[in-house]
Design a protein around this ligand. Structure first.
Ligand code: HEM
Length: 139
């Protein structure tokens, strides 16, 4: 039998529908652009069912990280992964403008300039240096 290794991708809208209110009562959450089906974990959660239910169908990254979960908790989380968020809707490395990308740094999202933008900034700086030196010579 050939194992299916392709990762399933979901839109934010698809995840938002799995908020525990459907007929099956399925609960999905998003942590760092990964999608987890935690339906069977709710009653086991040492932090309580309601803590997770608050994020049913939503992104729980900030609060999951803020709770300071142990390595064991992170390992456990992995076993509930069912897929990832579609590229265009991911928070990590989402192309923002032509010359910036959003990246995760210390669990905060930050826009950084791409190499092209950094190169053009360097070129601008060296042009200014040449003009300044020229003006100094003639004064
Ligand atoms: C949805 C967001 C989540 C929040 C806000 C959250 C919050 C918390 C909090 C506040 C505690 C501390 C409970 C206490 O000390 O009384 C805790 C413990 C714990 N949580 Fe969560 N939790 C979340 C999701 C999850 C998920 C999805 C898993 C695993 C599948 C998980 C696994 C654990 C474990 C194993 C503990 C025990 C302490 C530890 O090993 O870190 N949690 N959680």
């Amino acid at each position: 039998m050939v194992e299916d290794t392709t990762t399933k991708v979901y839109t934010l809208e698809e995840v938002s529908k799995q908020n525990g209110k459907s007929e099956k009562g399925t609960v999905w959450i998003i942590i760092k652009d990964n999608v987890y089906d935690v339906t069977d974990y709710l009653d086991e959660h040492p932090g309580g069912k309601e803590t997770i239910m608050e994020f049913a169908g939503k992104d729980a990254t900030k609060d999951f990280v803020a709770a300071g979960h142990s390595g064991d908790a992170k390992k456990e989380l992995k076993s509930y992964k069912i897929g990832e968020i579609v590229e265009e809707e991911r928070k990590k490395k989402t192309k923002k403008a032509d010359n910036t990308v959003a990246v995760y740094k210390n669990d905060k999202i930050k826009d950084v300039e791409t190499e092209d933008a950094q190169d053009s900034a360097k070129n601008r700086r060296s042009c200014i240096s040449i003009i300044t030196c020229g003006l100094c010579k003639f004064s």
